[in-house]
Design a protein around this ligand. Structure first.
Ligand code: HEM
Length: 672
């Protein structure tokens, strides 16, 4: 679906899966019993950052080798089979081989330093043993994976040592060929080129490990534009914010849809939504603008206000009784409240009438269904970066099943049983039925894409906003005061007698302090990326230079560079709640670099034609969430000195980053 996936797509290639432990990397080649097996008994698993472990179970030996090349994040508990991922295996082999060589040299050097001939011999002998183990460890899964051929008997032969070396040499030869013939060469007029050392992956692993640091380093080396080879693609990064405008102006040479279409189909599993391919004639971008902005936004805000209060108060009533503190993870809380309310707002409610006698039991069933959908959403979302990087979903069994279940819940026949569907979903159902040739499941999957787009960034953005507020008493005071004053001006009384607070769009628009707080929280946590694909060879004219770009290359912006630029934002890593307010307390729009006013200084929602169509709704939802929290609850961190969690980089390029760990907080109802 056009752009339902972000056009802020990172290519964290090698970033096979996100997860809770940012350090843990796990890659394996599975046999039928769930562990990597081979008749030689080799097993390969558990890669930690910068570390590769190769374990030979039959001999009981284990060698652990350092490598700086394998730095991707793979946190999946179930180790998938990469039988068809030749490129990955190829890289893996090289990494292991490099690692073993490095270890060999280190050991030899150590021994030499001691100047003891005997030790040298012993060290070399032991290192040779290690290399043998490594090489065998490499070759076994490689053969298993690439050929899927039962070569067990071969490995049982004493010649296995020799065979491992033959494999190693073959790999090295391939690398040499690739190095000589397969690498792209920079041509005249093209930006400086970074090919990276790995065939196919290029700089992907380094980029995926920490895009911001990687890009800063390359910017220092090459200047404001350079090309990186990342997972088979050539990406021209523009790092000078004064050039962003030039990129937007040259839209006729650049395509922003193709990439979205392909990625959406890949990640969500529907057929191509590119009208050129004939499955549908829907203009998705128009549908989104029409149903998420303008008059449609008022209805969304109204529904969200009601649903947030239902989820925060009614559905949590058992927890909130007796005025005692409830302790929870802040991310878990934001996730549940925003997902449940957002789901109800877009996809309506299951039950029909408020007078229904069994209303409360129906509400409970409905709630269970939505929480179940949330679990499926989380399971699927975990591997989203891997899908964007191009891995097939079949490698991730539980995520695949989660996506299918989400699809089933959003089948048209099920949606038709729900009340208060949003205009967005109603129109999309109509257009699916009239303009597309999709089957029922494919139609449902286009709704899964909408669900993902509406939640995946909003949840972490809500978390960061509330977290920074809890850490900054000054910001909390200013925000609470602003909300109170808007509610008082409109004589809105806060009570628990079932009458809900209502804040309409106009009231919410009149909250510049909350606006500034949300912007600042997103500036600190957003790592979106804007992509455009070259439709043909053309010359990219920037402010003072021009560069030749080849057809199918990607031109990309990485706004986090801008958001963390100390020239634009003084003390960029510090949360300043009033950073986006001017002296009059209104929205600040003048930001400077090198004394020049910037047009582009804040871009968590992307920019240009493909800018997020849901951005207004997103900011309103977060404001509503905060206004209700301030109105109904007392809230504090369990440990007021808790450190700010780090950003989980596995999602870099895809939007707002999640925290790498949850933070405990407590809340209780105010005595109203
Ligand atoms: C804090 C929350 C959000 C952030 C940071 C965010 C960010 C983004 C970004 C960066 C893009 C890609 C823009 C580009 O290509 O330049 C995007 C696209 C999109 N977003 Fe959001 N978004 C958020 C919330 C929402 C919500 C709440 C909705 C819907 C209810 C939504 C719906 C969409 C859709 C449908 C697209 C694809 C648009 C297209 O390509 O036609 N987003 N979003």
């Amino acid at each position: 679906m056009k752009g339902v996936t972000r056009d802020t797509l990172s290519l964290p290639a090698g970033s096979l899966e996100g997860g809770s432990d940012p350090e843990l990397l796990s890659v394996a080649f599975l046999g039928g019993d769930g562990f990597p097996t081979h008749s030689s008994g080799r097993k390969v698993y558990n890669l930690r950052a910068n570390m590769v472990q190769v374990m030979g179970s039959s001999s009981g030996t284990m060698s652990t080798c350092r490598t700086s090349t394998l730095v991707s994040k793979v946190n999946h508990p179930h180790l998938p089979m990469f039988r068809y991922e030749f490129s990955f295996v190829f890289t893996f082999i090289i990494a292991l081989f490099t690692a073993s060589l490095q270890q060999y040299l280190e050991k030899a050097q150590q021994a030499k330093a001691q100047r003891e001939e005997a030790t040298v011999m012993a060290a070399l002998h032991s290192a040779t043993q290690d290399m043998t183990n490594v090489a065998r460890g490499i070759a076994s899964p490689a053969i298993l994976v690439v050929t899927h051929f039962p070569l067990g008997s071969f490995w049982a032969l004493p010649e296995m040592f020799l065979a491992s070396w033959i494999w190693g040499m073959a790999v090295i030869l391939c690398c040499v060929f690739w190095f000589l013939l397969g690498r792209r060469r920079r041509q005249q007029g093209e930006p400086p080129l970074e090919n990276g050392f790995l065939p196919y992956l290029g700089c992907a692993l380094k980029f995926g490990a920490n895009p911001l640091e990687f890009l800063k380093e390359k910017q220092k080396k090459h200047g404001h534009i350079f090309t990186c080879h990342v997972a088979g693609k050539y990406i021209h990064f523009l790092t000078d914010p004064f050039s962003y405008h030039a990129l937007m102006r040259q839209g006729k040479h650049l395509d922003w849809k193709k990439f979205h279409f392909a990625t959406s189909a890949k990640a969500f599993g529907h057929g191509s939504i590119d009208p050129a391919e004939g499955n549908t004639t829907e203009n998705f971008h128009q549908t989104f603008i029409r149903t998420l902005q303008g008059n449609a936004l008022d209805a969304l805000i109204e529904a969200m206000m009601e649903n947030l209060q239902y989820v925060m108060l009614q559905s949590r009533a058992p927890k909130l009784q007796s005025n005692t503190w409830v302790t929870e993870g802040l991310y878990t809380f934001c996730c549940q409240v925003m997902f449940e309310s957002g789901f109800l707002t877009l996809f309506g409610k299951e039950f029909n009438s408020n007078n229904d006698k069994n209303l409360s039991s129906k509400q409970e069933t409905e709630r269970a269904h939505i929480l179940n959908a949330l679990e499926n959403f989380k399971e699927f979302d975990k591997i989203f970066p891997a899908l964007v990087a191009g891995l097939p979903i079949h490698l991730f069994k539980s995520a695949h099943s989660a996506r299918e279940k989400l699809g089933e819940a959003l089948l048209h026949k099920n949606l038709l049983k729900r009340d208060n569907l949003s205009e967005l979903v109603t129109l999309r159902m109509f257009l699916n039925d009239t303009l597309s040739t999709f089957d029922d499941m494919e139609k449902a999957k286009t709704h899964v894409a909408v669900l993902w787009a509406s939640q995946a960034n909003t949840i972490p953005a809500t978390f960061w906003t509330l977290f920074y507020l809890l850490k900054s008493p000054e910001a909390m005071r200013a925000a609470t005061k602003e909300v109170q004053s808007v509610l008082e001006t409109d004589e809105e009384s806060i009570s628990l007698d079932g009458k809900h607070i209502s804040l309409n769009r106009k009231q919410l628009d009149n909250m510049p302090i909350l606006d500034s707080i949300i912007k600042e929280a997103m500036r600190l946590s957003s790592a979106s990326m804007t992509f455009r694909v070259a439709k043909e060879d053309f010359t990219l004219h920037l402010e003072n230079d021009f560069y030749n770009i080849r057809k199918d290359d990607i031109v990309a912006l990485y706004p986090q560079l801008l958001h963390f630029d100390p020239e634009i934002y003084a003390d960029p890593l510090t949360f300043k709640y009033n950073r986006f307010l001017n002296e009059k307390g209104e929205e600040k729009t003048d930001f400077y670099r090198n004394g020049r006013k910037l047009k582009y200084y804040y871009m968590p929602f992307g920019t240009g034609i493909a800018k997020c169509p849901g951005r207004l709704f997103a900011v309103h939802e977060i404001k509503q969430f905060l206004a209700l929290i301030f109105s109904y609850f007392e809230i504090e961190l369990v440990d007021s000195n808790v450190k700010c969690p780090s950003l989980d980089q596995s999602r870099a390029g895809l939007g707002i980053l999640q925290p790498s760990n949850d933070i405990d907080f407590r809340y209780r109802m105010k005595c109203l």
